[in-house]
Each structure stands twice: as structure tokens, then as C-alpha cells.
Design a protein around this ligand. Structure first.
Ligand SMILES: C[S@@+](CC[C@H](N)C(=O)[O-])C[C@H]1O[C@@H](n2cnc3c(N)ncnc32)[C@H](O)[C@@H]1O
Length: 271
């Protein structure tokens, strides 16, 4: 088949997906293991497609995220492995990395703990920047830990990031200076868009109200001598977090907004 015709046919098959033409191009680039230049310069070339190409297009037509089909996702200008075991990293989480970089010296030899490591993007990006620090990265999901393990190996950080299976800080007995987390923070029962149904639900839902895990982590850092807590939150959780911390002892609490102007996270300095 001619590439141009294949792309037209694929675009038609993906008509229920926004940006169908672009999605068709990305699937072809992935399937043929080529790049944008090849796509532009080979429109009239004959290409060989097997059933697995059409199976891949059928998956995308069912709204399965492109990242789960290609097993690739980019975050903070790096490429990571991804599959259905872990949440697809979101661009706004890059702001959490920036919040940490803003406060902590690059030469820090401290221990960071991340709760809810998922694909590993946060701990990995921080370990690449703070190259003398140590990382303990926790997740309740063994499948997410498998994804994180692949990415940690890809970046050769096996000696710097220790993965642990567990809930919250239950398996962290040692002292640590910095806690970082992008926890699940959507209230149970909130109806989500169809494409989100393919992502692990325990990566999205944080409890009846939504901020339960954030509150548990706040309790933990307030009682454990942690120096800083950096956390991503839902757009409507700022006031609840401020009230929760009323009459508690800490140095400062600063919120940041995401690219759309919504409240998206905070830096809590405890000492
Ligand atoms: C929103 S995802 C974040 C994943 C990744 N850090 C990121 O930013 O893309 C939340 C992660 O927390 C994990 N998680 C949910 N409940 C947890 C708990 N009680 N203790 C530890 N991890 C938990 C989920 O399995 C999921 O991987």
C-alpha cells in the first residue's frame, strides 16, 4: 500500500479521536520505526503493513492512550517507558520538579522519599539533577514498580533510587529530609473521561473526599522531622490544605499554579 493512502485510511478509522490525522502519522512513525522526515519524504512510497498495524489502529480507535500503544512517553524532555501498569506522566508534574529545584541545593547529599513513584519520572528527574542525593521511591502497586524499575535501569540509576512496595510511609523507618509526591487526589466516584479509564484507577482516586492521602502525608511529615514536603494537588484543594494546616507548626507554605492557571501544588517548609 502507498503510505499516503495508509495515512488517509488510518485517519478515517480514527475519526472519533481529536487530531486524527496527526495521530495516524504518529502511529505510522511508531509502526515503521521511522521519524518525521521519513513521513514527509515517503508519502508516495510503497509500505508493507501487517495485521498488527491494524490491531494497533483498532486499539487507538477504542481510545486506548497512544502512550500505552507505543510504550513511550516524554517528560521533562526525556523519553520514558510506559505501560498500563502506571499513570501516564502529565506535563504539569514538571512543575513539581521545578518547585524542588527552586528550594534545594543541587549538591545536596540528603535522602529524598517519593510516595507514589508510578513510572518513576519524578525520582528519576530529581536523581539526575541532585546527583549526590539518595532516593527511596514507594508505590502500593507492584505493576507500577515494574514500570519504574525499567525506567530506572534505562537511566542507569539502580544504585541511587531504591524501590519499595508499600503504602504511604509504612515501610520507611529511616530518617529522611525531603518528601515528594504526586499522589492520587481525585475524589472516589468522580466520573472521568473515557480515555482515563485505561489508566490505573488507584493512581487517580485518593479517597471519598480526594485529599485523604495528602492529609496522611501531611500528618507524617509534621511528626517525623522532615524538612520539606513538595506535593501536587487537585485544582480545588488549596483551601482545604490551608485549613488542615491551621494551628500546626511549620515555617512556610507556598502554592504554585499550573500552565492553565489552576492551583496545582505546594511547597511546605517545616524547619
Ligand atoms: C498520580 S500517580 C503518580 C505517578 C507518578 N509519580 C507521576 O507523577 O506520574 C499516583 C501513584 O501513587 C500510587 N499510590 C496510590 N495509593 C498509594 C499509597 N497508599 N501508597 C503508595 N503509593 C500509592 C499509585 O499506584 C500511583 O502509582
Amino acid at each position: 500500500m502507498i503510505l499516503r493512502e495508509l495515512l488517509q485510511q488510518t485517519t478515517a478509522r480514527l475519526k472519533n479521536i481529536p487530531r486524527a490525522q496527526r495521530e495516524a502519522q504518529l502511529l505510522a512513525i511508531h509502526y515503521f520505526n521511522k521519524d518525521e522526515l521519513w513521513l514527509i519524504t515517503n508519502q508516495n512510497s510503497e509500505v508493507d503493513v501487517g495485521d498488527n498495524y491494524f490491531a494497533m489502529v483498532a486499539k487507538r480507535a477504542q481510545n486506548i492512550p497512544l502512550e500505552y500503544i507505543t510504550n513511550r512517553v516524554s517528560f521533562y524532555s526525556q523519553e520514558f517507558y510506559i505501560d498500563e501498569g502506571a499513570l501516564i506522566p502529565r506535563p504539569e508534574t514538571e512543575l513539581l520538579i521545578d518547585a524542588v529545584k527552586k528550594e534545594i541545593d543541587q549538591g545536596s547529599t540528603a535522602t529524598f522519599v517519593e510516595v507514589g513513584v508510578g513510572s518513576g519520572i519524578i525520582s528519576i528527574m530529581l536523581a539526575l539533577h541532585f546527583n549526590c542525593a539518595k532516593f527511596i521511591a514507594i508505590d502500593i502497586s507492584p505493576k507500577a514498580l515494574e514500570v519504574a524499575k525499567k525506567n530506572i535501569k534505562k537511566f542507569n540509576l539502580q544504585n541511587r533510587i531504591e524501590l519499595r512496595l508499600g503504602s504511604l510511609l509504612d515501610n520507611v523507618d529511616e530518617a529522611f529530609e525531603y518528601l515528594v509526591s504526586n499522589p492520587p487526589y481525585i475524589a472516589n466516584g468522580v466520573k472521568l473521561e473515557k480515555n482515563l479509564s485505561y489508566e490505573p484507577q488507584n493512581a487517580l482516586f485518593g479517597g471519598e473526599v480526594g485529599d485523604e492521602i495528602i492529609r496522611d502525608l501531611l500528618d507524617a511529615v509534621l511528626s517525623r522531622g522532615t524538612k520539606y514536603f513538595f506535593c501536587e494537588i487537585g485544582y480545588d484543594q488549596k483551601d482545604k490544605i490551608q485549613s488542615y494546616l491551621k494551628n500546626r507548626c511549620y515555617e512556610s507554605l507556598e502554592f504554585y499554579k499550573d500552565y492553565s492557571g489552576f492551583d496545582r501544588g505546594f511547597t511546605l517548609r517545616l524547619q
